[in-house]
Write a protein that binds this ligand. Sequence first.
Ligand code: SAM
Length: 177
Amino acid sequence: MVIEVVRIGQRLVRDDRVTTHVALVSRAFGAEKIFMTEVNPEIKDTLEKINGTWGGEFKLEFIDKWKSIVKKKKEENFTIVHLTMYGENINDIQEKLQKEKDLLVVVGAEKVPREIYELADFNVGVGSQPHSEISALAILLDRIQKGKQFERIFSDAKRKIIPTKNGKNVQVKETRD
Ligand code: SAM
């Protein structure tokens, strides 16, 4: 299963930190790519640095229009999953989602255009209370992959954490220039 994420409707500057966290959760929870409208090019630098240190090939692509990406992914047979508190409860739908092939997960920022509800194959609520795109995305990705995302190996990492009961154990890969 390939999972990609698109964030729609973020606001200039005000949302930078949340946008970065949406990208970090996507990467750490097993998605391969995030699309977002260009807000701050520094977000791309941050992600490149994280890949450089902690490995993997997570990609970030800036887009002009979210709708063209959603339509393109539909043509590529991705299933479109829109996270919204108004959607079907994740508890009722997670098994169906686990069986899908490739997924494009759509998360909103402030105001979500009505059209996305119709374009989505599934409108999914992580509960029916308002919270955050960061938490909704993390829980969706975890429910779909059932924790397997945390066994994933991030290739070419310069640093690797060895989980320990106490303290910090980090393997540092030697590099020669
Ligand atoms: N009030 C906004 C609206 O109606 O579009 C939602 C703003 S919310 C801060 C930003 C995003 O978080 C939403 O677009 C949705 O993707 C996600 N989100 C928040 N609560 C959610 C929930 N209970 N279930 C699923 N997604 C949720």
